[in-house]
Design a protein around this ligand. Structure first.
Ligand code: GLA
Length: 745
């Protein structure tokens, strides 16, 4: 539906419990004036009233017109904070201060209702939908397109593109998008972290000024903000209004919250462009990554909304996730066929469904100093190719997966010797090495095609079902020597997406896991090209529980690779019980990273039991709704998945540490239907957790309503630290005895 930009100035989109009211002020870019819980149907008069109510007074010593912070923040509108569009020309008009006018507005929705004219213009009310704006500034020689969507799940997606319509080159430095926040959103939650400890939450108050979180790693980063949340102080899993913002991009990015001294507050973000990275010749266009934004009451509701969207993606893995064994921590670079075959036999015997051969199989790859780029089997280690292993794995009924790192190159490789000019560098010298490796320039079509054809041949030759696709270094000084060292981080990132897509198109059903030294490349663009994320190289279940707790704030459990680790963690040295390791690995795409050859029969039998439990419950675990709570003084965590129809749920109660209290009081069990009756009982898979002292309800289970479980809960058991108690909740059948008879226990 085309709308007249001169006459239609208010659009109210509603969907997924969210209302979005967008205004097109005369002479400025579109502006969101309300982003809130669903407001219900608003008459033209009430919508117009809303738009008037949010206008600020004109106060002394400020612009003589009201400031409208648009989706693209521009100083020409009186906005004095961080701009969203930065660029200029060195020849011709400098064009650094654009004034964008809306030329056209197009609304795409199944459900629109033009509300008719009011005295000042027309309003439109619609369901979920997309608005496409065309804006231009002839004097600056730029044309801007903005796509703004409200998805049925209540998520906002937006992106912008900029075309140079003049003759001289336009040097684009930034094209970001922003949304307004109410000043009651006064607390920020975002994430940081490092290798082996990704997604460490950090909270801070909103102050006047900017909280800016940049990622300059050329990958998403261990320390990426993920979703940057800003909300009512004290917001938690269960409640508190939160507004989240995410830049869906796996290269450089920035996200920020800014509060200005005129009472305006925004949350924004976009791709972080390096100097000279985007220089648009006449007619050329740059398109920004999508940004995703969401408003919710509590972090659990926010996460569930994202999970629903992810489950609607065409690239979503669907179906039961195959239990996976990855051999990395069992063998590292020590590829010895008899040992790998023994691992395959043991894997099949405990119920593994996918076997992954990790790093170390290709030419010259005896350690991490050589070989990247040479994607052929090393004949010294694999004289018959991978066939003997692949045949055994597939003969045992398992899929075969392989580790690759397609964007990387070692200087000590055949590829680097043949094509030194294919290595990214900004000047005459190579960038600093990182894990002894450099970055292969996939923006060169011949290099891209070389890697594609090698990977394609491997998939075809061995019937490979899955790549663990690694990316083990930051992009430092990532320029193209053929372009005088111009930075190409964004183009390199998009070349990687294209390579992944091409392999998946050419091999239907083929899956990719995004790994980047662990969890360094997890974002909402990568999720559209891959089916799994490796969350961290740290598999110590104590650490891993924390990493999972916050990763699933962004991605649904079925995307999270969750492996059962070795008894002594290879990253922390901590020892942990098998039951803690196994129970922690249930809540995602389960697998193994430990050396099965060192386990005794009793331990293998326990693992078999855990795998069977996972297979019996994965349909619920990977399709249900997430709930999380801090219990008592935070020394315990509750985490659960509730079936969409609320008929059953599984929870884990984890002891994070000892507490000054013993026992620790009640734990509420949220997420169920208040009026239905449920039986809650502990599940002692593999013998149950160490040090368990069950309260009376735990002996046989107990029937309670969902409302009682959520508001009162059950008494916590006692357990040693670093233990998990699983709780099963099933809808109770009709009582078989008369009311008041406690035999129903
Ligand atoms: C990275 C990954 C690990 C493993 C190694 C192999 O560090 O995160 O899981 O695959 O590379 O070199």
């Amino acid at each position: 539906m085309k709308l007249d930009p001169n006459r239609t100035d208010l659009i109210h989109l509603r969907g997924g419990g969210t209302s979005l009211v967008v205004q097109t002020p005369a002479g400025g870019p579109p502006e969101v004036i309300a982003w809130t819980a669903d407001l219900g149907h608003l008459s033209p008069r009430a919508l117009r009233g809303l738009s008037t109510a949010v206008e600020a007074p004109l106060v002394g010593n400020s612009p003589d017109e009201r400031v409208h912070p648009g989706l693209i923040l521009l100083s020409s509108t009186g906005w004095m904070g961080r701009p969203g569009l930065v660029g200029h020309r060195t020849a011709g008009p400098s064009s650094w201060a654009p004034r964008l006018h809306t030329d056209s507005v197009e609304l795409t929705t199944d459900d629109a209702e033009p509300d008719g004219p009011t005295t000042t213009g027309r309003t439109v009310t619609a369901g979920p939908g997309a608005i496409h704006y065309q804006l231009s500034d002839p004097a600056s020689g730029i044309h801007v397109g903005v796509d703004l969507q409200l998805l049925p799940e209540g998520l906002i997606r937006a992106r912008a593109s900029l075309t140079n319509t003049a003759e001289d080159v336009y040097d684009l430095e930034e094209l970001s998008l922003a949304l307004p926040l109410p000043v009651r959103a006064a607390e920020i939650l975002d994430f940081s972290g490092h290798w082996g400890r990704e997604r460490e939450p950090q909270r801070l108050p909103v102050r006047l000024g900017v909280h800016l979180h940049e990622g300059r790693h050329g990958r998403t980063g261990f320390d990426a903000p993920m979703m940057m949340y800003c909300g009512e102080p004290g917001f938690g899993f269960e409640d508190g209004e939160v507004f989240g913002f995410h830049v869906a991009h796996s290269g450089n990015h920035r996200t920020w919250v800014e509060r200005c001294n005129n009472g305006l507050q925004v949350i924004g973000g976009g791709e972080l462009l390096l100097p000279g990275e985007v220089r648009l010749a006449a007619g050329q266009t740059y398109t920004s990554p999508w940004i995703h934004a969401q408003r919710a009451d509590g972090l659990d509701a926010a996460a569930r909304r994202l999970h629903r969207w992810e489950r609607s993606l065409p690239s979503h893995p669907g179906g039961p996730r195959p239990v996976t064994l990855n051999v990395w921590e069992a063998v590292h670079f020590d590829h010895d066929l008899p040992g790998l075959l023994e691992l395959a036999d043991l894997a099949a015997s405990v119920g593994v469904e996918r076997y992954v051969l990790d790093d170390g199989w290709f030419l010259g790859r005896r350690d991490d100093r050589a070989g990247l780029g040479d994607w052929e089997e090393d004949p010294q280690v694999w004289p018959e190719g991978l066939h003997p292993l692949v045949d055994r794995v597939q003969g045992l009924g398992m899929q075969f997966g392989l580790w690759v790192e397609p964007e990387m190159i070692n200087v000590d490789s055949e590829l680097a010797r043949a094509h030194p000019e294919w290595i990214l560098r900004a000047g005459p010298d190579l960038p600093v090495e990182w894990r002894h490796q450099q970055v292969l320039n996939l923006t060169i079509p011949a290099a891209w095609e070389h890697v594609r054809s090698r990977l394609d041949a491997l998939i075809t030759r061995y019937g490979i079902a899955y790549f663990k696709w690694d990316h083990n270094r930051d992009l430092v000084d990532a320029g193209d020597p053929a372009l005088d060292g111009r930075p190409v981080v964004g183009e390199q990132t998009r070349a990687c997406y294209a390579l992944m897509d091409r392999l998946r198109t050419d091999h239907p059903g083929f899956e990719i896991e995004s790994c980047s030294s662990g969890g360094g490349r997890i974002d909402l663009e990568m999720i559209r090209h891959t089916q799994r994320f490796w969350l961290s190289d740290c598999i110590d279940p104590h650490e891993r529980q924390a990493i999972m707790r916050w990763t699933e704030q962004l991605v649904a459990p079925e995307y999270m690779g969750t492996h059962i680790a070795s008894q002594r963690s290879q990253t922390t040295g901590r020892m942990s019980d098998l039951s803690f390791r196994a129970a922690s690995a249930l809540w995602g795409h389960m697998g193994f990273e430990l050396d099965l050859r060192v386990l005794d029969d009793a331990e293998l039998a326990q693992l078999r039991e855990w795998v069977q439990f996972y297979k019996d419950h994965r349909e619920l675990l990977l399709t249900g709704d997430l709930v999380r709570r801090d219990v008592a003084d935070g020394s315990m965590w509750l985490h659960g998945i509730v079936a969409a129809d609320r008929s059953r749920a599984l929870y884990e109660l984890t002891t994070r540490r000892r507490s000054p209290m013993s026992p620790r009081g009640l734990v509420t069990i949220p997420g169920l239907d208040a009026d239905r009756e449920y039986r809650i009982a502990p599940l002692l898979v593999g013998g149950g957790p160490a040090g368990l002292e069950l309260p009376p309800w735990g002996e046989t289970g107990v029937v309670m309503t969902g409302g009682s479980l959520a508001r009162i809960g059950v008494h916590t058991p006692a357990m040693f630290p670093d233990q998990v108690l699983l709780l099963e909740v099933t809808e109770a059948g009709a009582p078989t005895t008369s009311p008041g008879d406690d035999a129903e226990h």
